[in-house]
Write a protein that binds this ligand. Structure first.
Ligand SMILES: [Mg+2]
Length: 373
């Protein structure tokens, strides 16, 4: 029996360069030093450090399983060390995603986002790590549904016997803190009732119904739910396994050819298109956006991360970028009007309620309308 390997992708925004657009190279270098030291100590098998917009992404492999205190401590210490560099350079929002001073064993609920997956490496183990900026965890609902449940996206659901039974979706209710599991294709209508509302319901993980193996996992932290106030957008990450019983790489990437609308642009308060970009293009500037997604492919080899392949650098995504920019132009013209601005209940954790408080005393009751006929 092959040894199990865990892929942990843990991310945080601990200081933007400049504003909310990018990560300063000095922070990435500091993170790389600490990752290299952890590899030398044997804590990690391998690591890759990158960024999507203003978020640092630590892509790590190890043999300790998900939610391991030592791995989470390493990620936390790395973000603390990067925060020190960010403070020295007076970068924007230094340490903003570290919501507590004391680490307590698990990074979940402390600010950073985490997606972790334990697997037994197949003969060939291609994975794709998705990283988004200026959006929230529900942004993965639409592409995950397309990848694992829509035969118009994923031909394998129709023509590959190893996929024909479909996939199992674990959905989290981020408001009431509950989970529910659906089998696709039988229950896709029920599934869509929930995941079509991505501000509340998020697909946490997807499993093969043929092998019971995990196919995808996402980060589902909502910073505002943790902090009770707006402290930056969640900017989620996701790991997807590909080929041999899972969607092919092209089927995994295909949903992003249609930029769907996601929440999180500008002050976390606006909807915008999720634009697929290379790492080099992941520096949101237009109205601090539009929201971006990066996809890095790796082949796992005994836990080593062979890669990355920067998938959205391909010209095949040029049209998607053009569409996203047209959508951005259209939405920007709406200014402070919905549906560019988020609906009121989604603005609860922003600065808007303070404005509403100030208006409170100016409201007068309307004359009651006559109801008797
Ligand atoms: Mg960000």
């Amino acid at each position: 029996m092959a040894q199990k390997i865990t892929v942990s992708v843990i991310k945080a925004d601990v200081g933007g360069f400049v504003g909310h657009s990018d990560v300063h190279p000095a922070l990435l270098n500091r993170a790389r030093e600490l990752m290299s030291a952890a590899i030398e100590q044997g804590l990690l098998v391998d690591a890759y450090v990158t960024h999507a917009g203003d978020d640092i992404n630590l892509i790590m492999t190890h043999r300790r399983g998900p939610d391991n205190p030592d791995i989470h401590q390493l990620a936390w210490d790395t973000f603390v060390a990067c925060t020190a560099v960010a403070k020295d350079l007076k970068l924007y929002g230094a340490g903003q995603d570290l919501l507590t001073d004391a680490f307590s064993g698990n990074i979940r609920g402390m600010g950073p986002g985490a997606a972790e997956m334990e697997l037994t490496e197949r003969d060939s183990e291609p994975i794709v790590v998705f990283m988004a900026d200026k959006t929230e965890p529900g942004a993965w609902n639409w592409p995950l549904y397309k990848m694992f449940a829509d035969p118009f996206n994923t031909a394998g659901l129709v023509i590959d016997p190893k996929m024909h039974k479909g996939f199992r979706f674990e959905v989290h209710d981020l408001i009431d803190k509950k989970r529910v599991v659906f089998d696709a294709p039988e229950e896709i209508y029920d599934l869509l009732v929930l995941i079509g509302s991505p501000g509340r319901f998020c697909i946490k993980s997807v499993y093969s119904r043929t092998t019971d193996e995990i196919g995808a996992v996402s980060s589902t932290e909502r910073l505002s739910m943790i902090a009770g106030r707006y402290v930056g957008k969640d900017d989620p990450v996701m790991i997807v396994r590909s080929q041999s019983g899972f969607p092919a790489i092209g089927e995994v990437l295909e949903p992003f050819a249609m930029p769907h609308l996601v929440a999180g642009w500008m002050r976390g308060s606006h909807n915008g298109p999720l634009m697929p970009v290379s790492v080099a293009q992941a520096t949101p500037t237009r109205f601090d956006g539009p929201p971006r997604v990066v996809a890095l492919g790796f082949q796992l080899a005994g836990g080593r991360l062979v890669g990355p392949q920067d998938f959205f650098a391909d010209i095949a995504f040029d049209e998607a970028r053009r569409t996203a920019l047209q959508m951005a132009n259209y939405l920007r013209r709406l200014g402070p009007f919905e549906p560019h601005r988020l609906p009121l209940d989604e603005m609860e954790y922003t600065t808007l309620p303070h404005v509403m408080e100030r208006l409170e005393s100016r409201f007068e009751p309307l004359q009651p309308i006559r109801t008797e006929l």
